[in-house]
Write a protein that binds this ligand. Structure first.
Ligand SMILES: Cc1ncc(COP(=O)(O)O)c(C=O)c1O
Length: 380
C-alpha cells in the first residue's frame, strides 16, 4: 500500500525555484533541471523543523552520527565498506567535479568524458585549464553503450583524469560489472584517475539492474577513484547543498583537500541535518518514490515510442528521459518544443545536439499534459 503522496500538486512558484522561475508565468511546463516537484520525505521536514526551532545557526561540522549513518548505508545498499576518514564533505557535486580537475594533473593535461553528459562535466576541465576530450557513447541495439575502443584510442600521454558518470545522466544507463571491469582496466593501464559521479545511484528503476560503485571493482579501482555521492537527487534536497566524496587513496585525498582549501565553503548546517534524517529514516518514502517514478518512466517510454519522429532507449535509472529528436530539429529541438509549451533541456548543452532531456520527476497529471503537448508538437 502506498503511504506517500506524489500526486497532489505542490505550487513551486515564488519559492526561489530554479526550475519554475525559468518560464515565470508563461504557459511552459518546466521539465528541465534535475530536481523533482515532490515534497521531501516527512523525516527531513521534521528534522529541519526541529533544527530551525533551536534558533542558533553557527558554523557547522558533520556530526559523527551522520558519518556512521553514511558508512552503514554504503555497506547495506552498495556492499561497500568505507572508512569514515575517507569521506570528504562537499557543498555540491559540481564543485566536486571541478575540484577533481584541479587536484589531478596540471595545466593543459587531458581530461576525458563520455558524451552526452551532464553539462558541468564539459565545463569543469576548461575551468581548470585542462583540455577536454570527449568520447561519444554508442547507441546499441537495446541501449547506450560505452565505446571502449574509441575511449582507448583517444588516450594520450597527457590523459590524467576520466570524469565518469554512473548511473549516467542523461542516458539513464547503469553500468554492469563487465563494463566497469573494462573501464577500470583501461584506466589502470594508462594510469588514469577516475572521478566517478554516482549521484543517481539510489534511483535505479529497472529492478534487474544494480548499482556497483566503481571503487569496489578491485583494489586498483579503490586506489585510483574519487567517488562523488549525495542524497540530493534521491531525496529531492539539492537546494540544501550537502554531498560528499569518498577517496580511499591518502595521497589522492590530500591533493583533493588541498585543491579545496580556501575556496570551497563548509556544508551548511541544514544540509547536514537533512542528510542524516533521510539516510536514516527516508527509505520508506524512497521505496514509494521508486514505484511512482517507474510508473512515470513506463508512461514516457510508451508515449515517446509511439510518437512520430521521436525515439528513446529504456531508462534504467534516474528520472530523466533522453530523447532523440533529430528529425524534429537537428540543432535545437528544445527551442522548437518550447513553442508548444514544453521546457526541456537542450541536447547541445550535453554535447549532443538534436536530442532533448525530459525530467519526469513530477506528478503524473503534469507529465500526461506534457506528453500531450509533445504529441501535438511532433504531429506538425
Ligand atoms: C551527474 C550529476 N552530477 C552532479 C549534479 C549536481 O550536483 P550538485 O547539485 O550537488 O552540484 C547533477 C545534477 O543534476 C548530476 O546529474
Amino acid at each position: 500500500m502506498k503511504s506517500f503522496d506524489f500526486d497532489t500538486p505542490v505550487d513551486r512558484c515564488d519559492t526561489a525555484s530554479l526550475k519554475w522561475e525559468r518560464y515565470g508565468k508563461k504557459d511552459i511546463i518546466p521539465l528541465w533541471v534535475a530536481d523533482m516537484d515532490f515534497r521531501s520525505p516527512p523525516a527531513v521536514i521534521q528534522a529541519l523543523g526541529r533544527r530551525v526551532e533551536h534558533g542558533v545557526f553557527g558554523y557547522g561540522v558533520a556530526p559523527n552520527a551522520l558519518t556512521e549513518v553514511i558508512c552503514e548505508m554504503l555497506v547495506r545498499r552498495h556492499n561497500w565498506q568505507v572508512e569514515p576518514d575517507h569521506l570528504v564533505w562537499l557543498p555540491g557535486l559540481v564543485c566536486g567535479l571541478n575540484i577533481a580537475c584541479r587536484s589531478v594533473g596540471t595545466k593543459n593535461d587531458d581530461v576525458m568524458t563520455m558524451v552526452p553528459i551532464y553539462p558541468p562535466f564539459l565545463s569543469a576541465p576548461k575551468n581548470l585549464k585542462r583540455e577536454l576530450v570527449t568520447v561519444p557513447l554508442k547507441s546499441g541495439k537495446t541501449n547506450w553503450e560505452i565505446d571502449f575502443a574509441a575511449l582507448e584510442d583517444k588516450i594520450t600521454k597527457k590523459t590524467r583524469l576520466l570524469l565518469f558518470c554512473n548511473p549516467q545522466n542523461p542516458v539513464g544507463r547503469v553500468c554492469n560489472r563487465q563494463e566497469l571491469d573494462e573501464l577500470v582496466s583501461i584506466c589502470s593501464k594508462y594510469d588514469i584517475i577516475i572521478c566517478s559521479d554516482e549521484i543517481h545511484c539510489d534511483l535505479i528503476l529497472d529492478s534487474e539492474k544494480k548499482h556497483i560503485p566503481t571503487a569496489t571493482i578491485s583494489s586498483e579501482a579503490a586506489n585510483s577513484t574519487i567517488t562523488l555521492m549525495a542524497p540530493s537527487k534521491t531525496f529531492n534536497i539539492p537546494g540544501l547543498g550537502c554531498s560528499f566524496a569518498v577517496i580511499s587513496n591518502n595521497s589522492l585525498r590530500n591533493k583533493f583537500l588541498q585543491a579545496m582549501a580556501g575556496l570551497v565553503p563548509y556544508v551548511n548546517i541544514f544540509g547536514f541535518t537533512a542528510t542524516e534524517a533521510v539516510y536514516r529514516d527516508g527509505w520508506d518514502w524512497h521505496a514509494d518514490l521508486l514505484e511512482y517514478l517507474r510508473g512515470n518512466s513506463r508512461l514516457v517510454e510508451k508515449e515517446i515510442g509511439a510518437m512520430k519522429g521521436l525515439s528513446m532507449h529504456h531508462v534504467e535509472a534516474t528520472y530523466l528521459a533522453w530523447i532523440d529528436a533529430r528529425t524534429i530539429d537537428e540543432i535545437s529541438p528544445g527551442r522548437f518544443l518550447e513553442n508548444f509549451g514544453l521546457g526541456l533541456s537542450e541536447g547541445s548543452e550535453f554535447g549532443f545536439p538534436g536530442f532533448v532531456r525530459l525530467n519526469f520527476g513530477c506528478r503524473r497529471s503534469l507529465l500526461q499534459e506534457a506528453l500531450k503537448r509533445m504529441k501535438k508538437a511532433v504531429a506538425g
